[in-house]
Design a binder for this molecule. Structure first.
Ligand code: CTP
Length: 395
């Protein structure tokens, strides 16, 4: 499900060194099918010329409220009407102050006042400036008016200072913009999702694991957040960036995952165990095993997290995944019963376009009462979206 296809995004850029990152943002939005038009403040133009934004956005760039543009005679109101959403990124301390006060002394601030569409503001500045009570008060005020404020991230800023105030990664910004257009039907729910593989160490150098990429669990977390849920994502090691807005916990072993899951379990409404949990672990050698030493491993079972949740569950709706190479439905059905689940998603993993490493997935969804649906090959995000549609009907 691509919520940005055909959307018209009006991007306001202001005087912050992070303004160059808005160029990447435009490209990602375009790759998702959105059209972008840009308003630049004077401060933004001190960093980058309008020509650069015009070349990347493939549209005229608007800078002056007193200029008559042939296509937009009343430029601030016409642009506000054109937009499906207004995104101000990066937003400097100065623009936050003006927006919070309703000052309309240039094109961007006037467009903001004339805009009735969703607005997302992404502050970006030096950590000292960001932490200033005046800036925080402006952010709080804008939030209280119902505008979406993107949380800035921690790290080293352009001036060399370390702290909060950085613009988030552009992928996260795109996710947040996409969220402006998604239905918010999961707002009442807290969900816990596990993803990725777990790893079990053999010695200080080696470990056992599996091919799980984490994509299915991450897609479930991203889509649940975009639909308004409060999301905790507990993941084993993967190469993926945590989705925007989720409470992300990174774990390594099955035991770590069990402990993290049990800490959150009592307070959540839904658990989706999409992780490919290691079922066994080797006896750990504290020193590197040398070639000349023994070459066999003794394995012991790890806890079955989902089975434990199945025994302990009270109000929680419990969903498992079943990765199978044969007898998909029968094996998945057995797991649903044995682990006391409400739903199980059976995953064929013997083909390259479905299951572990793929970006697409072909699943069957089996319900507690024995009913099941077989879905066609879809992107993992589409599978996630449709799964939430189904889960929602049971909550
Ligand atoms: N699972 C779990 N803890 C484990 C093993 C699996 O919580 N130690 C969960 C998985 O996250 C998944 C479901 O149980 O949601 C089924 O996992 P799967 O690996 O398909 O099956 P297993 O229960 O491990 O059984 P088998 O290995 O016999 O197929």
């Amino acid at each position: 499900m691509n919520h940005l296809q055909g959307k018209q995004i009006l991007l306001g850029v202001t005087g912050s060194i992070a303004v160059y990152r808005s160029l990447d943002l435009i490209r990602l939005l375009q790759a998702k099918g959105a059209e972008v038009k840009v308003i630049m403040t004077k401060g933004a133009q001190a960093f980058i010329t309008p020509l650069t934004f015009s070349a990347i956005s493939r549209n005229k760039v608007y800078t002056d409220i007193f200029q008559t543009y042939p296509e937009y005679p009343i430029v601030h109101l016409d642009l506000a009407k054109w937009a499906d959403a207004l995104v101000i990124a990066p937003a400097s301390a100065d623009i936050l102050a003006k927006l919070a006060q309703g000052i309309a002394d240039d094109l961007l601030t006037s467009t903001f006042l004339g805009c009735s569409k969703p607005v997302l503001i992404a502050p970006s500045m030096n950590p000292q400036m960001y932490a200033h009570p005046a800036v925080q008060a402006n952010i709080a005020r804008l939030k209280s008016y119902g505008f979406h404020i993107l949380a800035s991230t921690q790290g080293k800023t352009a001036c060399g200072d370390v702290g909060q105030g950085r613009l988030p990664p552009v992928e996260n910004m795109v996710e947040a913009i996409e969220s402006l257009f998604t239905k918010k039907d999961l707002t009442a729910y807290k969900v816990l999702i596990t993803a990725g593989p777990t790893q079990e160490a053999i010695d200080p150098i080696r470990f056992l694991t599996n091919h799980s990429s984490g994509r299915m669990g991450f897609a479930l977390a991203k889509t649940a957040y975009q639909r308004g849920a409060e999301v905790t994502l507990i993941s084993g090691p993967t190469s993926l960036k945590p989705p925007y807005g989720v409470n992300f916990l990174s774990v390594t072993t099955t035991q770590d995952m069990l402990e993290a899951v049990l800490r959150h379990f009592p307070s959540v409404d839904v658990v989706v165990m999409a992780a490919a949990v290691m079922d066994f672990k080797p006896l750990y050698y504290p020193h590197k095993i040398k070639k000349r030493e023994k070459l066999s491993l003794s394995l012991e079972k790890t806890p079955d997290i989902l089975a434990i949740l199945g025994k302990e569950k009270k109000h929680q709706y419990l969903i498992g995944f079943a990765a199978e190479t044969k007898d998909l439905l029968a094996e998945a059905m057995k797991k649903l019963k044995a682990k006391n689940l409400d739903m199980i998603v059976a995953n064929e993993i013997s083909q390259s376009n479905t299951g572990f490493k793929a970006t697409t997935n072909k699943v069957s969804v089996i319900y507690k009462n024995g009913a099941y649906e077989q879905w066609p090959l879809m992107s993992k995000e589409d599978v996630a979206w449709r799964l939430w549609d189904r889960i929602k009907t049971f909550l």
